[in-house]
Design a protein around this ligand. Structure first.
Ligand SMILES: Cc1ncc(COP(=O)(O)O)c(C=O)c1O
Length: 404
């Protein structure tokens, strides 16, 4: 009989958002008269902006003409998009990144899940706790995380770096030396960030320890404060220790269109081995490119119109974030995030467990959020609300929460 990859069997429970969906469906069925307001999942609600739609239409027309039809995309992605990224995301911020270090993909989830493949099976990973679950789960699938302890909800071979209100949401350097350090900034789920000086310390630490930082900057577009870096390459020495992952999902609403990219600098080397070449090999073998029409849509995000229109969408979501944040503060809750990120991270009242607060909010306010414990053990006692809903729903949800 064939065998399955037994590492998959080690993955605990069902995926956080399926559990939430099941609970919400059961509540809706039992209470058909109740209007449920969803501030749970991190999906956008605003439609694609006009500049993107126009680029999509134009690219579709090109695909209908034999003279302009495109088949397989180049391995790393089209030059028009990679050159635009170099100019607008990197050169404009003083970062030294070239087009052949940029790999266009179908999004940050695949890249952040797949990047571990180019590292050795025994690599030790360090993650912030709480954190976007993909980093740990993809390493579980690869057999890198040891044994799961259901009581502490931790893996024996994963280094957890608590990021909680006690340390001001600044992860501390681990006691044990990690090989791979996952940093997501601005962070999902806490909505918090590091200043440039704080991130520089991580870059210096990674260079000293000969570790690699996998820097997920999916929420970069939401940064509002000046001393928060948009790219890890704003830090000195990041070219020798950091891989950066970006997405078009949250800045331009591409969650259903799918586009992202990963930057692997040529200076990132394990001895003589250039990680950029390994990722190029992996990309060329296992990925056949993001669609031409989607890459043209991505290019349009950087046009003056696209930039203005997507900035407007971000401002819309961040207005929701203020409504949620200020509403919770008015109601006496302890609140974090929501300033440089579309996530608001709150402490549950009276030491309530995260899932108990989920039930409480669903039953009494008919509002859906995400239990903090779903993002890691240090998320227990916290709760995440997202600003990705409509303004009207955000206002209505907060009115209900305030009335509890
Ligand atoms: C931290 C983080 N990285 C990556 C992603 C996924 O991005 P994409 O839609 O580009 O796959 C998400 C989505 O919620 C996220 O929160």
């Amino acid at each position: 009989m064939y065998q399955v990859n037994e590492n998959y069997l080690k993955l605990p429970g069902s995926y956080l958002f399926s559990t939430i969906a099941k609970k919400v469906a059961a509540f809706a069925e039992a209470n058909p008269d109740k209007e449920i307001l969803r501030l749970g999942i991190g999906d956008v609600t605003q439609p694609l902006c006009p500049a993107v739609i126009e680029a999509l239409h134009k690219a579709v027309d090109e695909m209908a003409d034999p003279a302009t039809f495109r088949g397989y995309a180049p391995d790393l992605g089209y030059d028009f998009l990679r050159n635009t990224i170099v100019e607008k995301d990197y050169k404009a911020r003083g970062c030294d990144i070239s087009a052949d270090e940029i790999f266009i993909s179908d999004g940050a989830k695949s890249d952040s899940g797949n990047i571990q493949e180019i590292f050795g099976a025994c690599s030790k990973i360090a993650v912030c706790d709480p954190v976007y679950p993909v980093y740990v789960d993809s390493n579980v699938m690869a057999g890198r995380t040891g044994i799961y302890d259901a009581t502490t909800e931790t893996w024996s071979d994963v280094i957890y770096m608590p990021t909680t209100k006690e340390n001001g949401f600044v992860p501390e350097k681990p006691d044990k030396r990690p090989d791979l350090i996952y940093l997501c900034l601005p962070n999902n789920p806490t909505g918090t960030t590091l200043t440039k000086d704080q991130l520089q310390e991580w870059v210096d630490y990674a260079n000293k320890e000969e570790a690699v930082i996998i820097f997920d900057a999916a929420y970069e577009a939401y940064i509002a404060e000046d001393d928060v870096p948009h790219s890890i390459y704003e830090c000195d020495g990041a070219r020798t220790c950091a891989i950066e992952i970006r997405s078009f999902s949250k800045n331009a609403g591409f969650t259903g269109l799918r586009l992202g990219f990963t930057v692997v600098p040529k200076d990132l080397k394990a001895g003589d081995v250039c990680l950029r070449d390994l990722w190029a090999r992996r990309h060329g073998t296992k990925f056949n490119g993001a669609p031409y029409i989607v890459q043209r849509a991505g290019e349009a995000v950087y046009s003056p119109e696209g930039k203005a229109q997507t900035d407007e969408q971000i401002a819309y979501y961040m207005r929701n974030a203020s409504v949620i944040r200020n509403g919770l503060l008015d109601a006496g809750y302890e609140v974090f995030g929501g300033i440089n990120a579309p996530y608001i991270w709150m402490k549950t009242p009276d030491g309530m467990k995260s899932w108990d607060f989920f039930d409480h909010l669903l039953e009494n306010a008919n509002v859906v959020g995400t239990p903090g414990s779903g993002f890691g053990p240090s998320g227990e006692g916290y709760f995440r609300l997202t600003a990705f809903g409509t303004y009207e729903n955000s206002v209505a949800a907060l009115e209900r929460i305030k009335a509890l």
